[in-house]
Ligand binder design. Structure first.
Ligand code: UDP
Length: 314
């Protein structure tokens, strides 16, 4: 199996590279390192089945030789990133998806789109199942990511229906684990870095908004099962254990033993009030459900941030 992974040096993409190399795949990792990090794949550079190409997939993609799978993971994915790079986010979700689909079509490869729970926007149905069409503000600051991913889903289904490309769509819910960046900007890495450094934890709004956090190894297993399945319509992959942001902050304080305090900041525009995946479909058709408890996942991630902050702050 020869697999192209766009965004392969990102947080989730690099874990996908590791997982598929373990399964015996040859990996072509393409990343322009806008929000990805070469450090995430540096341990793979000596592997003969791994190659890295520094390239922006929003431009035409050329890959020589046969390709069996194209996994499109490239995109800024943290709200602070897509606010900083709105045009790049729109381009990689639209043009990047078009080019990745074009590559899959030319190579007769299976295509997998990393979509997102953000297609549901600020949801009015709870928990979110795949048949919910969502509640997205197209012109709000988050719209650049949400609408790009909604377009990406639409063009993926069009390539499936019109060009018979074997396509898959995974809707990824909040995922965490080692290789998130110190400056990622999302709640979980922010809270961990703040707790370890003894800084105030920055809760946006009253902290009563909810999210459901999935450990990265569970996500990657779910994505793989979808890749080898016969399903063409979107599948939610996430951990349905829902908590408030305030509860997450308190758990991180307890697990790090930090003396940091909790501070409150303004809530960003269009911030979803609730989010929880309905994973009935993934359970039924993929036989998948998350296995890693939040405590274990958080501890692994805290150990990771302890290590990189020691290096970074030295
Ligand atoms: N959030 C927070 N403090 C932070 C970063 C985020 O309270 O330092 C909140 C954010 O407003 C949202 C939730 O935590 O309600 C999850 O945000 P995140 O950026 O992790 O991802 P999202 O799920 O919104 O894409």
């Amino acid at each position: 199996m020869r697999t192209v992974i766009t965004g392969g040096a990102g947080f989730v993409g690099s874990h996908m590279c590791d997982y598929l190399l373990e399964k015996g795949h040859e990996i072509v990792c393409i990343d322009n390192l806008l929000t990805g990090n070469a450090e995430n794949v540096v341990h793979l550079l000596g592997n003969k089945r791994f190659s890295f190409v520094n390239y922006n997939v929003s431009s035409y993609i050329y890959v020589s030789g046969n390709v069996d799978n194209v996994l499109h993971f490239a995109s800024p994915a943290s709200p602070s990133d897509y606010l900083e790079y709105p045009i790049e986010t729109l381009k990689v979700g639209s043009l990047g998806t078009l080019h990745s689909l074009g590559l899959a079509k030319a190579k007769k490869a299976t295509f997998l789109l990393a979509s997102t729970s953000e297609v549901y926007g600020d949801p009015q149905i709870h928990p979110q199942s795949e048949d919910y069409w969502g509640n997205v503000n197209p012109i709000g600051p988050r719209g650049v990511y949400d609408e790009a991913k909604r377009f990406a889903e639409a063009i993926t289904m069009a390539y499936h229906r019109s060009h018979q490309v074997n396509t898959k769509i995974v809707r990824v819910f909040n995922t965490y684990g080692p290789r998130m960046r110190i400056k990622d900007g999302r709640a979980l890495p922010n809270f961990m870095c703040q707790a370890i450094r003894g800084e105030d934890l920055t809760i946006y709004g009253d902290g009563l908004q909810t999210r459901s956090f999935c450990y990265v190894s569970d996500l990657v297993e779910g994505v793989y099962r979808l890749l080898i399945s016969d399903e063409h319509e979107p599948v939610n992959i996430g951990n349905p254990e829902e908590i408030t942001v305030l509860q997450l902050a308190k758990e991180i304080l307890a697990l790090t033993g930090s003396k940091s305090k909790i501070g409150y900041c303004p809530l960003p525009v269009d911030d979803p009030k609730v989010r929880q995946p309905d994973i009935t479909k993934a359970k039924k058709i993929l036989g998948w459900e998350p296995k890693v408890s939040r405590k274990d996942g958080l501890m692994n991630t805290i150990r990771y941030f302890n290590k990189i902050l020691q290096k970074n702050d030295a």
